[in-house]
Ligand binder design. Structure first.
Ligand code: ZN
Length: 397
C-alpha cells in the first residue's frame, strides 16, 4: 500500500477514502505519505519544466548552411526551425548562390589555397578590429556606421584594407552569419581593389581542434540535430573550414603588425621571421590532421606565449613585456606598431606610449565596439583614430 501511495500519491489516497471508512492512526500515516508524495511529485514536475526549456529552444533553432565540397557539387545542410534540410547542388558555375530557410550564402570556390602572403604595402586606409564572438548585429552596425559596408551590407571601403584579428567563434549565437558574411565580403573587397585580412584567433583554433568549451548552446543543438560533431562542420572539405585553414596567424600592413594575442619578445631575441612563425604555426594547426603530436617550437607557438594566446603586453612584472623588449620587437619586424586583440578593453587603447594598440573593444558583450583607422603608407608616419559604434571619430590614446 505504501509503495502504491508513493508512486501514485493523492490519487491513491482518494481511492482509499472511497473504498474504506475513516480509520484513525492508519489514515494519518497514509495522509503523511500522501503529502510527502505530493511534494516529491511537485519537485519532479518543476525539474521537468526546467528540462523542457532547452527542448523548446532546440526545436526552433535555425542555422547554416554548412556546405561541403565534392568533386563537382556541394552538399548543403541547414537546420531550419529545428528541421534538418539537406541539398546537393551542382557547381558548374561559381559563385553558387544557395538559399534555404532565409539563410543564404554564395559559394565562391570549392577550395582555396593557403594564403602565404604576410606583408602588404601601399597607400590606403587600414581599418582594424577584433573579437566579434558571434555578435553579428553589433558588427554590422559598427561596420555600417564607419562606412566599411553600406546599408545593404556591401563593401564600401574602396581600396582600404580591413583587418580582423580573429575570435569570430564562441560565446555569441550568430557565428555562422559572421563567417559567411566575411567570406563573401572578402570577394567584394578584392573586386574593389581593397582587401580583407582575417587572422586566426585562439577560438578559431579551439573550434577546429574540437575544444568546444565556449560554444554557444545553439551550436550544440545544431551539432546534435545534424548528428555531426561541431568541429566536423568545419572539416577540411567544408567550404568555411577550408577557408579558415587558408588564413594566416599574422599580417603586416605597412608599418603595422597584426596578430590576435601578440608576439612574445623571445621571437625577436631568437631572430624568428614572420614567415617562419606563420609556417610553423599553420603546420601545427589541427592536431587530428597531424602525423604526430605537436612538439618543440610548433607546440610553443600554440601555447600561452604563442601569437594567439599571448597577453604579455597587458601584464606587469616578469610576465609582461618591458619597454625595451617592445622596441626590440618593433626593430626586429621593422614596424612602428603591434596591433592585437584577445585581451578585452572597454575601447581601443594604446600601451607602451602608443607602440602597442589593443583593438579588442569588448564587442563580445553585445553592447559597444570600436574600429581602429590608420591612414597608412610605408615609411610615412601613421595617422590613427578610433571609430565609435555610432561612427564618430575619436582620438586614440
Ligand atoms: Zn582570444
Amino acid at each position: 500500500m505504501d509503495a502504491l501511495l508513493f508512486s501514485h500519491g493523492c490519487d491513491a489516497f482518494l481511492i482509499f477514502i472511497d473504498i474504506h471508512t475513516f480509520n484513525g492512526p492508519y489514515m494519518i500515516r497514509i495522509l503523511i505519505t500522501c503529502l510527502f508524495s505530493f511534494v516529491v511529485l511537485n519537485v519532479s514536475s518543476t525539474e521537468k519544466l526546467t528540462l523542457k526549456e532547452p527542448l523548446t529552444k532546440l526545436s526552433s533553432v535555425s542555422d547554416g548552411p554548412y556546405v561541403f565540397a565534392k568533386k563537382q557539387s556541394v552538399d548543403a545542410i541547414w537546420l531550419c526551425q529545428g528541421q534538418v534540410i539537406q541539398k546537393t547542388l551542382i557547381t558548374t558555375e561559381l559563385p553558387l548562390l544557395i538559399n534555404n530557410c532565409n539563410l543564404t550564402t554564395k559559394v565562391h570556390a570549392l577550395r582555396i589555397d593557403e594564403n602565404k602572403v604576410l606583408e602588404y604595402q601601399g597607400d590606403y586606409t587600414v581599418a582594424a578590429l577584433s573579437d566579434f564572438h558571434g555578435q553579428y548585429d553589433l558588427m554590422l552596425k559598427l561596420l555600417t556606421n564607419n562606412q566599411i559596408i553600406d546599408e545593404d551590407k556591401n563593401w564600401s571601403f574602396g581600396n582600404g584594407h580591413f583587418v580582423i584579428t580573429g575570435d569570430i567563434f564562441d560565446r555569441g549565437d550568430k557565428v555562422t552569419e559572421i563567417l559567411w558574411f566575411l567570406y563573401d565580403l572578402e570577394q567584394q573587397a578584392k573586386a574593389a581593389g581593397g582587401k580583407i585580412h582575417l587572422t586566426l584567433g585562439n577560438h578559431e583554433v579551439m573550434i577546429l581542434n574540437g575544444d568546444l568549451r565556449y560554444l554557444n548552446a545553439k551550436y550544440l543543438t545544431t551539432s546534435e540535430k545534424l548528428n555531426i560533431p561541431f568541429e566536423q562542420l568545419f572539416s577540411q572539405n567544408s567550404i568555411l573550414g577550408n577557408w579558415l585553414r587558408s588564413k594566416s596567424v599574422l599580417v603586416k600592413v605597412n608599418n603595422n603588425l597584426f596578430a590576435h594575442g601578440g608576439f612574445h619578445p623571445n621571437l625577436a631575441k631568437e631572430n624568428h621571421s614572420l614567415e617562419e612563425i606563420n609556417t610553423v604555426f599553420k603546420a601545427n594547426l589541427v592536431k587530428s590532421e597531424l602525423d604526430k603530436p605537436r612538439e618543440g617550437w610548433g607546440k610553443y607557438l600554440h601555447k600561452s606565449n604563442g601569437p594567439i594566446w599571448y597577453r604579455g603586453y597587458f601584464k606587469s612584472g616578469d610576465e609582461g613585456a618591458s619597454s625595451q623588449e617592445i622596441d626590440l620587437l618593433l626593430k626586429h619586424f621593422d614596424i612602428n606598431h603591434i596591433i592585437v586583440g584577445h585581451t578585452s578593453q572597454k575601447q581601443i587603447e594604446t600601451r607602451y606610449q602608443g607602440r602597442v594598440i589593443a583593438i579588442d573593444s569588448s564587442i563580445k558583450k553585445g553592447e559597444y565596439g570600436e574600429i581602429l583607422f590608420i591612414e597608412s603608407a610605408k615609411n610615412k608616419k601613421d595617422v590613427m583614430w578610433r571609430g565609435s559604434l555610432a561612427g564618430e571619430i575619436l582620438s586614440l590614446h
